[in-house]
Design a protein. Structure first.
Length: 298
């Protein structure tokens, strides 16, 4: 059994999600309201979680929702609320953006560290110290932030957390670990989660991992798939896609479940692949827990 910080953090997600749902109920007034025009921003993992939430909110008809990397936010565009996700509360691009937007647009920060600058940089803040992490690699904070926001949309978090209690014990099949190229595909909310799954594989296990909208996979990316590939499908099934993938020789992995649950399986896969290669999944090369730039205007 793995004793890495990230493995412990992955295993803790069912309870962390329940805590996030309780916090969402307490914070309902500062979360995006139905009908509001919302932008949600983040960097790295937080950006991909932003993508997932934006798609889910629009799918439920709760209002226009756009997701941006923190450095790419269109400052001249008007929103009713701008939501920033930052685990550390110290990410330069996010702090800089909140400073630029101060007094111009209503802002909300979702932060892991209550002592960080991010905890006081926005008009409103939701702090989740129970979801913060020791590992550089983000897992439970990312899914907790998404859970908080999904709870605000009315999604059934208890059902999700109950299902996750089994998912966190999933043992990655040897047949998947035997592959060396990984592609993650999704639709709707699962596009952002596929992006996040690919990032986890690259960060934790230095694997060749890519992610695409499922319907776009046939438009070029399918050319890289062969007998060395595993293609992991998140979210709704795309008719005919499994058959197209299997013809390449790739191994298809799909579960009939909420895409957030499949993301947890992808987290487990990334850790298992790292340990198989003798890598430390808590400390990816060239990465730190927070990206702090010397020039805050960068």
């Amino acid at each position: 059994m793995s004793t890495s910080h990230v493995s412990v953090e992955i295993a803790s997600q069912p309870q962390v999600w329940r805590e996030a749902a309780r916090l969402a109920a307490e914070s309902a007034a500062v979360l995006p309201q139905p009908g509001e025009r919302v932008a949600i921003v983040g960097c790295g993992t937080s950006w991909f979680i932003a993508q997932a939430y934006a798609a889910r909110r629009e799918e439920l008809g709760q209002g226009v929702t756009d997701a941006f990397a923190g450095s790419e936010y269109p400052v001249g565009r008007e929103y009713d609320r701008v939501v920033a996700i930052t685990r550390s509360g110290t990410t330069t691009e996010i702090l800089h953006l909140l400073e630029v937007l101060d007094g111009k647009q209503r802002t909300l920060a979702i932060v892991g560290d209550p002592t960080s600058p991010g905890a006081s940089a926005a008009d409103d803040v939701v702090v989740m110290p129970f979801a913060d992490e020791q590992s550089v690699v983000q897992t439970r904070f990312a899914t907790a932030a998404l859970t908080l926001l999904r709870a605000g949309l009315g999604d059934d978090i208890e059902e999700l957390a109950t299902a996750a209690e089994e998912v966190v014990g999933w043992e990655v099949p040897e047949a998947v670990l035997a592959r060396t190229q990984f592609t993650f595909l999704g639709r709707g909310m699962a596009v952002g989660l596929a992006n996040e799954a690919g990032l986890k594989m690259r960060e934790a296990s230095l694997a060749w991992a890519e992610a695409y909208p499922a319907m776009d996979y046939r438009h070029g990316p399918i050319s890289i798939s062969d007998e060395t590939s595993a293609v992991i499908l998140l979210g709704a099934e795309v008719p005919g896609l499994v058959e197209d993938i299997e013809r390449t020789g790739a191994l298809v992995v799909r579960f009939d479940e909420d895409a957030q649950l499949t993301l947890v399986r992808c987290q487990l896969l990334s850790v298992a692949n790292a340990e198989r290669k003798g890598l430390d999944p808590d400390a990816p090369r060239h990465l730190t827990r927070s990206i702090i730039l010397e020039d805050s205007a960068s």
